[in-house]
Write a protein that binds this ligand. Structure first.
Ligand code: HEM
Length: 497
């Protein structure tokens, strides 16, 4: 009886597998080759996840600069040719970005995007993340960073020990949250310090779970994550925004808009998502920038020289009484810091260009000198890590070289080549085209500000400089890669005489 039942189940499984094999997608004339796979749903997912770069390089060698990979129940057509990336980025009408993000946003942040053509915050982000508005945010952030660093628990002239990532998360998350979402006035009775401590804790818990949520793990199966998200939602309600002071104009304007549209439930979830986008990559990149500076004394020396030069040029001094303030223009002139930040982003960011074809499309692949047919509904994918770690574009791509983005006269280096041809998209940590990060200008100044203030006011050293720290590939295609361990550092506030 049992044997009979088992045989029936086995026969059903074998026949469904055979049907699946027959029905599986076949390469049609003019289409990119399909990487063979034999496991239903998973496809090549496990090999990709284990080491995406090695996996993609292997396929590129075998199939050329464009090939289709099946994983997690979907087909992704990878384009590895950097000369074709600008073509994909430009074709925003047929190759849509936002449609690809709808399921992930729903799964992770629990709201539905307001249409495939509506940018984040209805376009307000683009307006408020540049020009004179951005200048006010930059100045606020500089002030808030100094408050956190110089007037809180870090204001200690004795050596203290902590994890570098923990330090960066605490400082950047607190200052960033205050700059965007303001603070409760003293009269409210809310203890802002305690609150920020909780916000950092909740943010970090959710952020660590982010890649698992993207992979489809139910939020309730991850201990405390649903609660952390719910805690954070509370701060983004209309009522709480009204109670706080110094809220950034962009947030106030968006809250007003959603109030008019009677979409207040959406407000807290969208703002939470924006807050996550603003913090997640920035914190991890700040960590890596400081880590590389601590590991490379020549980078620290060059950064210190540039910071001192800018202090002189702006007639400021570190007297421990007045705050240091560099404008965006001042910071734009700091090309050494620019190069350090660019080199950090080249190494730590795994950004992508993900697009879905809204209709059948012929993609011209430059290095193959021919076009490929892309079917309506197909997903096109580019992993910029392949360019960022390409030894033909960057010599010794695994190494941190602080001056990689500097010419010999100290000006920014922007010409990089492959096979003798200029690579236009040589550095894309912020993505490209319509999905290019709207917060990129702010992000770069935040990173510079943290480096400037820490180098000016603190002495730092890695406790174990020989310890090998690796980048965890768990967030491939989703931004900054976290370190596999949090290296311990010693730090103390410098005594100003
Ligand atoms: C080092 C820091 C940062 C990096 C590396 C980074 C990177 C990126 C990348 C690669 C994307 C595009 C995603 C895609 O194409 O799939 C993106 C989107 C986005 N970023 Fe950033 N980002 C950073 C900081 C920020 C900051 C500070 C903000 C906010 C102030 C921000 C807000 C956003 C938003 C809202 C989007 C979504 C845009 C959309 O869906 O249209 N990011 N970011």
């Amino acid at each position: 009886m049992i044997l009979e039942a088992l045989t029936t189940v086995l026969a059903a499984l074998v026949s469904s597998y055979l049907i699946w094999l027959v029905a599986k997608r076949k390469q049609k004339d003019g289409e990119p080759p399909i990487v063979p796979f034999w496991i239903p749903w998973l496809g090549s997912g496990l090999q990709y996840q284990k080491d995406p770069i090695t996996f993609l390089r292997k396929q590129e060698k075998k199939y050329g600069p464009i090939f289709t990979v099946f994983m997690g129940g979907s087909y992704f057509t990878f384009v590895t040719d950097p000369f074709t990336h600008p073509i994909i980025a430009k074709e925003s009408k047929v190759l849509n970005f936002r449609i690809c993000t709808i399921p992930t946003i729903k799964k992770v942040f629990d709201f539905t995007r307001r249409g495939v053509d509506v940018p984040t915050m209805g376009g307000l982000m683009v307006k408020y993340m540049q020009g004179h508005w951005l200048e006010t945010l930059v100045s606020k952030m500089m002030g808030n960073l100094q408050k956190v660093l110089l007037h809180g628990s870090y204001n200690n002239t004795e050596w203290a020990t902590t994890g570098l990532l923990h330090l960066v998360e605490t400082v950047m998350c607190t200052a960033g949250f205050k700059s965007l979402f303001g603070e409760y006035p003293a009269s409210s009775g809310v203890d802002n310090n305690k609150l920020h401590h909780k916000i950092v804790e909740d943010f970090v818990k959710f952020d660590k779970a982010f890649p698992l949520l993207v992979q489809g793990r139910p939020i309730s199966s991850l201990k405390g994550v649903k609660e952390s998200r719910a805690n954070m939602w509370k701060f983004f309600t209309m009522d709480e925004i009204h109670k706080r002071e110094m809220v950034y104009e962009m947030v106030e304007q968006y809250a007003k808009k959603l109030e008019e549209d009677q979409e207040l439930e959406q407000l807290k979830k969208e703002l939470y998502c924006v807050n996550w986008a603003a913090m997640s990559n920035t914190l991890l990149s700040a960590f890596w920038a400081l880590y590389y500076i601590l590991k490379h004394p020549e980078a620290m020396e060059a950064a210190n020289v540039e910071i001192q030069r800018m202090l002189k040029e702006t007639s400021q001094c570190v007297d421990g009484k007045s705050e240091i303030n560099f404008t965006r223009d001042d910071m734009a002139k700091m090309t050494v810091l620019d190069s350090i930040i660019n080199e950090t982003l080249r190494l730590d960011i795994s950004s992508s260009l993900l697009r879905q074809a809204l209709q059948d499309y012929n993609l011209k692949v430059v290095s193959a000198d021919r076009s490929y047919k892309i079917r309506k509904g197909d997903k096109l994918m580019t992993l910029f890590q392949l360019t960022h770690y390409d030894p033909e574009i960057y010599e010794q791509p695994d190494q941190f070289k602080f001056d990689r983005f500097l010419n010999s006269d100290g000006s920014p280096k922007t010409d990089f080549y492959k096979k003798g041809k200029v690579v236009k998209f040589f550095l894309q940590p912020f993505g490209s085209g319509v999905s290019k990060c709207p917060g990129r200008y702010w992000a770069v100044t935040e990173l510079k500000q943290l480096v400037i203030l820490l180098l000016l006011y603190f002495d730092f050293k890695l406790i174990n400089p020989e310890q090998e720290i690796k980048m965890d590939q768990i967030r491939v295609a989703f931004g900054s890669l976290p370190p596999n361990i949090d290296p311990q550092v010693q730090f103390k506030r410098r005594v100003i005489v």
